[in-house]
Each structure stands twice: as structure tokens, then as C-alpha cells.
Design a protein around this ligand. Structure first.
Ligand code: SF4
Length: 423
């Protein structure tokens, strides 16, 4: 029985891998290999021109992802087509967001000044179908294989309804987004159209300033414009982007604070902080100390290094091996340091002894700011989070009161430093 479960698991894993591989092959490699990319807006214009010349007003099932994206598309296409908006988005998370987007969709239809009437129909909010499709692709960044499958899922449903209800064409508003590859979208549309036997209307609505116009309309009508594509994975990505932005802004802000700190304040604060450090039991009992080499406006750690050497402790300092990795090297005096490639003081690794992380029992961790709970903001390289995550050493953050921030934007990988010393 267990064998069977294992085999099934393996089979599913293989299936998911192949899904990803196939999507990558179909959509990314083949499409990107095309030397000349198709201008789908021009293709659409040819169809419109032909229909106008022949007094044809075709019916169109327009899959829509949301009100804002459909705003310009409806304004434009409703001059030439009788449209039924098909709101089919089982990807949307959470359900409140889904229903909010449905309302906004209806609102924009009502507000559109159209030549021909526009109707709307909602598909099933079958989230299980979306999650099943996304299985194994949850961590693929937006725009990758998961998204291509997501387009296909929604376009296929649109094509099937289109066929069932006898529409002349089907298409989607998705190509309006600057984040969506219209070459991929149109290829998928053509593919499902052929499979189901219904005509796909080519589009690249971001052309002719379509995206810009959709932003204008959204603003004019005071419509809600979401800041993530739709699924919970894109929501997470968008939140991460926001946190990174906030971190960057806080780093800049702290740089300005640092520039304006008076030397006398820094010297006084550092003296008190160092004293507290030397009096701590953890320092007293430590044998191997790892510390950054801090210079103003950071906490000046040079006096700490000198005292630790006098106290006969092994002192090691960081050396950045490459863009990812940091190692610790022992120094016996500050004289052994020299200016390194990032214009910071570092040990001479040809002469200094490498100290493995498991030998270190006391670590002083730098930060550009922190709060008293030990949430720290580093300098953006992620060196320390990577380096210290497997260390069992006692870790301490030193921070002057004027450089403390109450709210530190945090990501999953950010490590909390359990001990904080301030003046
Ligand atoms: S990011 Fe957007 S297109 Fe991609 S899977 Fe999520 S909802 Fe679908």
C-alpha cells in the first residue's frame, strides 16, 4: 500500500515537472525564439477594418480579469463588437477580493459609453480548480509557467462558453497589463481556440496607450485598482515587493540620521554601550568573538575589538568571499586590517586564520537600524542573515537610542537577534 502511495507521489511529481517543462517549452522558449514578434494590435485592427467595410458587428465573449483592466478595452471594443463580459477568475484570492472585483466589473460596464450594448456573465468561482492547476508551481515568480497555465485555464473556459453560446470571437483583457506577455497570451488563445473550434480575437491592448488610458478611466471613476495580479502567490509577491521598498526607504532615512549625529553623542553612547557589553555574563564567558568592524556613524567597534584582544579572547571579523558568502577570520590586532574591495576594513585572508562558525560563541551583529525587540534592518546584502542562521552563538545587537526605529519592515528570512544593548 505504502509503495503504491509513494509511486503515486512520484508520478504526480513527474507530472508537475512535465507540466512546467511543457509550458516553458511552448510559451517561453518557442515564442521568445521568434525573431519577429507579432503585433497583435495590428492583427486586431485588420479584423475591425474588414468587419466595418462589410457592415458586420460580430459578437464577442470578452474574458475579463477585473474592472480596471477592462475599462479601456470596453471603451475601445464596444464601438465595433456586441460584447458579453465573461468574468471567470477562480485564481482570485481572497474571496472578498473576488466579490469586490465582480462589483467593480459591473460598475465599469454601467459607466462605459458604448455604441453597442454590453452584458456580463460570471463563471464559477471554482478555486479548487485553480489550486490544482497551480500545484507544484506556487513559488514560480509572476509571469512564469504558473501564469501561463492560469491564462490557459481562463481562456479555455471562455472558449468553451463562446462555442456553446455561438459567439463569433472570444478574447481576454489580460494583454493590457504591462506585466503580461501578449505573445504568450495570444499563442495560448489561438491554441485553445483551435482545440475548441472557436475564433480567438488577437489583442495587445497595452498598445496605443491602452494601459495609460485604463489608468485614467480608473482615476476618473474613482475605481478600485488592486496592487497584485490576483492569486495568493501574486499577493505574497506584491507584499514582498512592498516590504523591500519600505526597507530601502528606511535605510536611506537612517543614512540621513547617521550623517547628522554629533560625534560627541556617538562617542558617549558607544562608551556606555561597550561598558554594558563588557559587563554581560555572555561576554565574560565567551572565548571566540565575532564582530563587524564598525566605524561612525555605526557603533565604533574598534575599542571593543581591542578590549576583547586584551581579555585574551579569540577575535574574528567578517570577510565577504563573494556576493553571497561571508566567512570569519581571526585577527590579533587592528593593524592587520586593510581596506578591501567594498571600501571597508577587512582581514588579510592570506595571512589570517579562518575560524569556522561553530567555534564562535559570541557574535556582534551590525544593523542600519533596529528596535529593542531585536528586529534589525541590515544593509541590503543579506550576508548576516545567511551567515548566522546556523550559528548557536550568543548574538547581540548594539544600537544607539537615536538610531532605533520602532517599526522594522520584515521578511521571512530576517533573523531576530535576541539581545539588544543601547545606552
Ligand atoms: S500571478 Fe496572476 S496570472 Fe499568475 S497565476 Fe497568479 S493570478 Fe494567475
Amino acid at each position: 500500500m505504502e509503495d503504491k502511495i509513494l509511486k503515486n507521489k512520484e508520478y504526480n511529481k513527474e507530472k508537475i515537472k512535465n507540466n512546467i517543462k511543457n509550458m516553458n517549452q511552448i510559451n517561453i522558449k518557442e515564442i521568445d525564439k521568434q525573431v519577429i514578434k507579432i503585433n497583435y494590435q495590428k492583427e486586431l485592427e485588420k479584423i475591425i477594418k474588414y468587419n466595418e467595410a462589410n457592415n458586420i458587428v460580430p459578437t464577442l465573449l470578452l474574458h475579463s480579469c477585473c474592472g480596471p483592466c477592462s475599462s479601456y478595452v470596453l471603451e475601445y471594443l464596444s464601438q465595433y463588437f456586441k460584447i458579453k463580459v465573461f468574468y471567470y477568475n477562480p485564481n482570485i484570492y481572497p474571496s472578498d477580493e473576488y466579490w469586490y472585483r465582480v462589483d467593480e466589473q459591473q460598475k465599469i460596464i454601467d459607466l462605459t459609453d458604448s455604441k453597442y450594448p454590453i452584458d456580463m456573465v460570471c463563471g464559477k468561482y471554482d478555486t479548487d480548480r485553480f489550486y490544482k492547476m497551480a500545484e507544484g508551481m506556487e513559488d514560480i515568480p509572476e509571469g512564469g509557467a504558473r501564469c501561463h497555465k492560469c491564462y490557459e485555464l481562463r481562456l479555455k473556459e471562455a472558449a468553451m462558453i463562446s462555442k456553446k453560446e455561438g459567439f463569433d470571437y472570444f478574447t481576454t483583457t489580460l494583454s493590457i497589463s504591462p506585466h503580461k506577455n501578449s505573445q504568450v497570451l495570444n499563442k495560448i488563445g489561438e491554441k485553445v481556440g483551435k482545440e475548441i473550434g472557436v475564433r480567438h480575437l488577437p489583442s495587445d491592448f497595452k498598445k496605443n496607450n491602452g494601459y495609460k488610458r485604463s489608468c485614467q478611466i480608473t482615476q476618473e471613476y474613482n475605481l478600485y485598482r488592486q496592487d497584485y495580479c490576483g492569486c495568493e502567490f501574486s499577493k505574497r509577491e506584491s507584499e514582498m515587493r512592498q516590504i523591500k521598498k519600505e526597507k530601502k526607504e528606511l535605510r536611506e532615512y537612517m543614512k540621513d540620521i547617521g550623517k547628522n549625529l554629533e560625534l560627541s553623542y556617538m562617542e558617549e553612547a558607544d562608551k556606555i554601550i561597550s561598558q554594558k557589553l563588557f559587563e554581560s555574563e555572555a561576554y565574560k564567558s565567551s572565548k571566540v568573538i565575532f564582530t563587524y568592524i564598525g566605524e561612525y556613524p555605526e557603533i565604533n567597534t574598534k575599542p571593543i575589538i581591542e578590549k576583547a584582544l586584551n581579555d585574551k579572547k579569540i577575535v574574528c571579523v567578517p570577510y565577504c568571499v563573494d556576493k553571497e558568502k561571508m566567512q570569519a577570520y581571526q585577527i590579533n590586532s587592528l593593524e592587520e586590517l586593510h581596506l578591501g574591495k567594498f571600501n571597508i576594513l577587512e582581514p588579510d585572508i592570506d595571512k589570517a586564520k579562518h575560524i569556522s562558525i561553530d567555534k564562535i560563541d559570541f557574535m556582534i551583529i551590525p544593523c542600519s537600524t533596529a528596535n529593542l525587540m531585536g528586529h534589525r534592518l541590515g544593509f541590503g546584502g543579506g550576508y548576516y542573515d545567511r551567515y548566522i542562521k546556523n550559528s548557536h552563538a550568543y548574538k547581540v545587537l548594539l544600537i544607539r537610542k537615536k538610531q532605533i526605529s520602532e517599526d522594522i519592515p520584515r521578511e521571512k528570512h530576517d533573523i531576530i537577534i535576541e539581545n539588544v544593548i543601547s545606552e
